[in-house]
Design a binder for this molecule. Structure first.
Ligand code: MRU
Length: 346
């Protein structure tokens, strides 16, 4: 079973397994201030929608710790600013905004208490967000496992595992569940250019647990799908609109198109915290654009000519008509998505 721990809050410090360095180095990145967390999210020391939500929740705790000697008024003002900074650290994954909103409302509900008491309450809330995410992923995995055929060959994109969440994973959590349940599955992992989350992180998680797998270059996926080598595609999500349109790592949309042509089931696997109930369609999702160096360089080594222009969106939107279903902790949502998404809302 997965013992990978990517996020740990201990003795007033947030320790993150540095995902920029994996799999070559297993180093911890220590966050002592909320700005350290802001940096860690921006630079992708920690990444994956649920993981950045949990990290931001602990970032709020670090802010409360930093401002603990201030007067109540100053403390509350500085906390608002810190929450705004954390909220804006990356734009696409709605779990981040969801976690910040939850921490902000706990702060507001308890603002009559002492600074020390508020700190303790915020710390408990962050711990709750963390623990709930693991429980949610286990529930997702149970539902997801129901649609995994015996001996299935599963294709996955990016990293949706223990590293991308508080633990266990979403799409990779379903893979874990099927593997440990004895379904004799096989995984093809897309390497996921430009940041190589599949090659560096998913491949590492699969190797750590001896889950049978092969790593492929992204451009190999279509051939495998056409040749009937893939039974099921499982991917994560960064934001799901009410109509089911889903933002996920760049390249997901392309996979969904090929899957539709060759009639391979294509599932989104995500907690309901990834659903943005405020937006109707994927057109409203802000897609993060990252630096050109992610494309022109690998491990700091330039591979493209100096001065070449680059377009580097980190995510794309898969239209709902390409999605077979959305696997959540509350069950599997099928079309009509809007109607069924609203039904499972608490
Ligand atoms: O840019 P990243 O690595 O944060 O992107 C991650 C993804 O796109 C994941 O598929 C998504 O966050 C789901 S993680 C359970």
């Amino acid at each position: 079973m997965s013992t990978i721990k990517a996020i740990e809050f201990k003795d007033g410090v947030l320790y993150l397994l540095d995902q920029r360095k994996l799999p070559l180095k297993k180093e911890l990145f220590s966050c002592k201030t909320f700005l350290d967390v802001d940096f860690a999210i921006k630079d992708m020391v920690v990444r994956g929608a649920p993981a950045i939500g949990a990290a931001a929740a602990y970032g709020t705790v670090l802010a409360a710790q930093e401002f603990s000697t201030d007067s109540k008024e100053v403390f509350l003002n500085k906390m608002e600013q810190a929450l705004n900074v954390l909220h804006d650290s990356r734009p696409t994954a709605v779990n981040l905004m969801w976690a910040v909103k939850r921490m902000r409302s706990v702060l507001h509900d308890n603002k009559a208490l002492t600074v020390k008491e508020i700190f303790e309450i915020l710390k408990k809330e962050a711990e709750l967000i963390f623990a709930e995410d693991i429980a949610t992923n286990k529930a997702i995995a149970k539902y997801g496992n129901e649609i995994v055929p015996l001996h299935a060959t599963i294709l996955t994109h990016c990293n949706t595992g223990a590293l991308a969440t508080a633990g266990y994973g979403t799409a990779l959590g379903v893979v874990r569940e099927a593997h440990y349940g004895g379904k004799d599955i096989f995984v093809y992992a897309d390497e996921t250019r430009p940041r190589l989350q599949g090659g560096r992180l998913t491949a590492w998680e699969l190797k750590e647990e001896n889950i049978p797998a092969k790593l492929i270059a992204d451009n190999t996926a279509a051939t495998l799908i056409r040749d009937g080598k893939i039974d099921l595609i499982l991917v994560g999500a960064d934001r799901i609109a009410l109509n089911g349109d889903t933002a996920n790592k760049i390249g997901t949309f392309m996979l969904s198109v090929v899957a539709k042509v060759y009639k391979v089931p294509f599932y989104i696997v995500a907690p309901t915290t990834t659903i943005d109930y405020e937006i109707e369609t994927g057109q409203e999702i802000v897609i993060e654009e990252r630096s050109s160096e992610e494309v022109t360089c690998i491990e700091g080594q330039r591979i493209a000519p100096e001065g070449i222009d680059v377009y580097n969106p980190a995510f794309d939107v898969t239209p709902q008509e390409n999605i077979t279903g959305i696997i959540t902790e509350k069950g599997i949502i099928k079309a009509p998505f809007k109607e069924n998404v609203l039904k499972i809302r608490k």
